[in-house]
Design a protein around this ligand. Sequence first.
Ligand code: LEU
Length: 450
Amino acid sequence: MSLETKQREQWGSRVAFILAAAGSAVGLGNIWRFPYVVGTNGGAAFVIIYLFIIALIGYPMMVTEMAIGQKTKRNAIGAFRDLAPNTPWWVAGALGVLAGFVILSFYSVVAGWTLSYFFKTLAGDLGVGTDFVGTFIGHITSDWAPLFWHFVFMGLTLGIIGLGVVKGIEKTVKILMPALFVLLIALVGRALTLPGAGAGVEFLIKPDFSKITAQSILGAVGQAFFTLSLGMGCMITYGSYLDDKENINDNAAWVVGLDTAVALIAGFAIFPAVFALGFDPAAGGGLAFITLPAVFASMPGGTIFGAAFFLLLAVAALTSAISLLEVVVAYYIDEKGWSRQKASLIIGTLIFILGIPASLSMGRWSGFTILGYNFFDFLDFLQESILLPVGGLLTAIFAGYVWSAKKTREHSNINKSAIRLGTWFDVLIMYVSPIAVSVVMVTGLVDKLK
Ligand code: LEU
């Protein structure tokens, strides 16, 4: 059905919107990526820098994307077209749609690993004495198992999106988000009561600024965009289903606050356990799949807590994945007049297909490289170094100079809210965000390509 015959859906309540947007933000980025980035960048000092970036760039960008969506009630591309007709600004939205497509293809592969690890842990396959490195490498380099779980995960994602904003997304996040918080708190309780957990807490709260390098600051900005789902059209799309009576400022603060809280809590669930059992906090991307199963295997109640952890990761990933698929699906519904079911099925299948070489590039197809990256890492490079920063930069410039900071601010201030945006917002969106993002992007690219 096209727009003319069917009314655009809206969130049923303010809480539904906050849970959906927080569900998008909270994902593998918080529970898998944040702890390992903190671990490899020296701990507390990195956390402090990250918190500054979240406040100075993350929050204003979150407000901006939600405002663009709410104001126009359009998908990411249509929104820019609506605010700046007959200009090439729609490209900023197109980058978001492309980012949603690309990110989901490999995000789903990693989410598939977590599903598989959930069942492995539950079945007791990851017990004491397991070769955790070998098991992980063995899993991700094999042909069929990761593809099967990628298929299952994409199936769930497109099934939910096919049901729609209220019956699909809203229903799912209302059940899964509270479950996620309960699981996370249970895990922190377990981790903090392990003997020797104090060293892990210290690692997260005692800063050592000598560990900070230019690379860690770049890492913090990249992590902020990824974890808040910025620069990929998600918050524009979710904002477009938000009633005009709802305020943006406080809702955005809730989403940013919840996302940050979950990342920090995940840190407090993971590092105390890692330190208590004598593992290396700087183990990198393997922290969740290699170090943690080892931690779980060697602690009392490990099977249950281990399974809970991987379930938590899968749930968090699912509420993020649906937001990525919705970005692309909303575009085809709004602009091409496709039905929701058709768009979910076709786009979901194409994303699944793009994920196949990403998954196989860990093993059988590892010899195929682009710019020296295997296919999986190439997609990650593309989103992290090009799509998100360029998309974010264009969005900030658009809001600051084209729609204008004043109008963005006035739109966000229309409804009653505890937080009022003042001219400080103009400074952040016109100068701080674009300059910081450009510096990060250029430095990052130069560094990667040299
Ligand atoms: N914000 C999500 C996360 O932290 C990722 C995004 C790509 C939807 O996992």
